[in-house]
Ligand binder design. Structure first.
Ligand code: AHR
Length: 515
């Protein structure tokens, strides 16, 4: 007996009951409708978020020009090289909660003259403002990614936000472009993505949606497009399942925004355990809460469709990821956590969800790039390692700007006690060169799954694959053992007349390429 899971237009529908019988090899049936290509998967779905929090910026990105750690204009070379491998498309900065207390003018000009402030949200540490607008935009240039600046609506003035945009984007003669030039930057940067506040239902001012909608309209009016650079304005969206926020924002301000930002974190929940301390039950609970993203995206899309049937406004999931208790002995305000194979599975299933909603989800930014929450990279002074989540991002680069192919999946459930979740997650796309890519996650940490894949409209001639898995579900990378979890060749796949077969190992993320 099998539980049936069908992916219809990106939504998972369960039917049937009971898990597969013991010893019977579980089989999943997959149909990839390659003859019905859908919306392009915007590469910005693979975006990132870096806040002035703990050692994300200071120590993680910025070490300063005089550091013995190899750097280019103060920015770590090892970190830039690693992030370039995952083709990071867009980077959100400076917060987070920090954004609504940040005054950008404190972070420009000669560094020795920049005032210090207290980072009240994150550990009460002194922020010396050495990493400011110029440094962030240099970091983006070194990465070859788009900057996404989040402005201060909570405690900043309209004029202040407006002038920041003028400073970075105006090409003519003006007070702000003059100031920029005096600070050594002749040409405007042409910043496209601009957030008008962050979490204004919480740390960004504790506003009601009605009050924020009015504030948004006021501030956004003065976030100008200059020259040919059309600025893309992103409004603060709902906290997890606060659908009323989405409703009010779309009704009151939908016509004046380009994106609406949803925030959703899944974590160790009630147990508040660090990332490496978990039993299989915790594994199940975390993946179940990660899969809640499907419902959040679907329901937000339904509301947005009501007010914006043309899907002009993007759903921007600009904060998401796992949030565990901090690593023992570290500053609780720094949100430093390790990252195991379990976090990699969360990344894999969530990115599949975003891919499957590529018509509306056109940007997402995992929190946070380095040393904070579900990071790509961990550093300790000169040491650096990449995490299992990083490898998922690297494996999924094949989906960047590829055309989504709708999938139908019937797969055994993964059960824990009386609870059940879909045991397999999938998304598929066709790249510009015609190759098909399928990313599959087997959520079950105990059992492999055989996938029978039928492809409609394409007869594949060759298949190759990569897999991310480990013996131990707690496996993670450390400075001493940085390759404990890394992708390897996946040989358990074959093409056949109508498609392919693949045997997914337990607790794995698999990426297949079909030609
Ligand atoms: O990413 C950490 C924090 O989580 C951000 O600062 C805030 O926006 C969210 O609550």
């Amino acid at each position: 007996m099998k539980l049936r899971l069908t992916l219809v237009m990106g939504a998972c529908i369960l039917s049937g009951s009971a898990a597969w019988a013991q010893n019977e090899p579980p089989v999943a049936q997959l149909v990839i409708n390659a003859d019905q290509p859908q919306a392009v998967i915007d590469r910005n779905i693979y975006g990132h978020f870096s806040e002035h929090l703990g050692h994300c910026i200071y120590g993680g990105v910025w070490v300063g020009e005089d550091s013995p750690i190899p750097n280019t204009r103060g920015i770590r070379n090892d970190v830039v090289a690693a992030l370039k491998q995952i083709k990071i498309p867009v980077l959100r900065w400076p917060g987070g909660c920090f954004a609504d207390e940040y005054h950008w003018r404190d972070g420009i000009g000669p560094r020795q003259n920049r005032p210090s402030m207290i980072n009240t949200h994150w550990g009460g540490v002194v922020e010396n403002n050495h990493f400011g607008t110029h440094e962030f935009l240099d970091f983006c240039a070194q990465l070859g990614c788009q900057p996404y600046i989040c402005g201060n609506l909570g405690s900043g003035e309209v004029k202040e936000m407006s002038e920041w945009v003028e400073y970075v984007n105006f090409d003519g003669l003006s007070p702000m472009s003059g100031l920029r030039k005096a600070n050594g930057r002749e040409q405007p940067w042409g910043v496209k993505y601009f957030g008008v506040g962050n979490e204004n239902w919480g740390c960004g001012g504790n506003m009601t949606p009605e009050f924020y909608a009015d504030q948004y309209k006021r501030y956004a009016t003065y976030v100008r497009s200059y020259g040919t650079n059309r600025i893309f304005k992103i409004a603060c969206g709902p906290n997890s399942g606060d659908f009323n926020w989405t409703e009010v924002m779309m009704k009151e301000a939908g016509k004046r925004m380009d994106g609406l930002a949803l925030h959703y974190y899944c974590g160790s929940g009630r147990t508040r355990k660090p990332a490496r301390e978990f039993e299989e039950e915790d594994w199940f609970v975390l993946l179940r809460s990660a899969l809640r993203m499907e419902e959040l995206v679907t329901r937000n899309c339904e509301i947005m469709d009501k007010y914006d049937p043309q899907k002009r406004v993007a759903l921007v999931v600009d904060e998401w990821g796992t949030w565990h208790a901090v690593e023992p002995g570290t500053n609780p305000g720094f949100l430093y956590q390790q990252n195991t194979l379990r976090d990699a599975l969360v990344a894999g299933v969530t990115l599949n969800i975003f891919n499957n909603h590529s018509d509306r989800v056109r940007m997402a930014n995992i929190a946070q790039t380095i040393n904070v929450l579900q990071a790509m990279i961990l550093t300790d002074k000169e040491k650096m390692t990449v995490t299992p989540t990083y490898h998922v991002y690297e494996m999924y680069t094949v989906h960047h700007d590829a055309r989504r192919l709708p999938c139908e999946l019937e797969a055994p459930n993964y059960t824990s006690g009386t609870n059940a979740i879909p045991g397999v997650s999938v998304s598929a796309s066709r790249a510009k060169d015609g190759k098909l890519h399928v990313t599959l996650c087997n959520l079950n940490p105990r059992t492999s799954v055989s996938v029978n894949g039928a492809i409609r409209g394409v007869k594949p001639g060759a298949i190759s694959g990569r897999v991310l898995t480990a013996e131990d579900m707690h496996a993670h990378n450390t400075f001493e053992n940085p390759q404990a979890v890394q992708p390897g060749a996946f040989l358990n796949c074959r093409v056949n007349e109508g498609g392919f077969t693949a045997k997914l190992p337990a607790k794995s993320v698999v990426s297949l390429e079909l030609e």
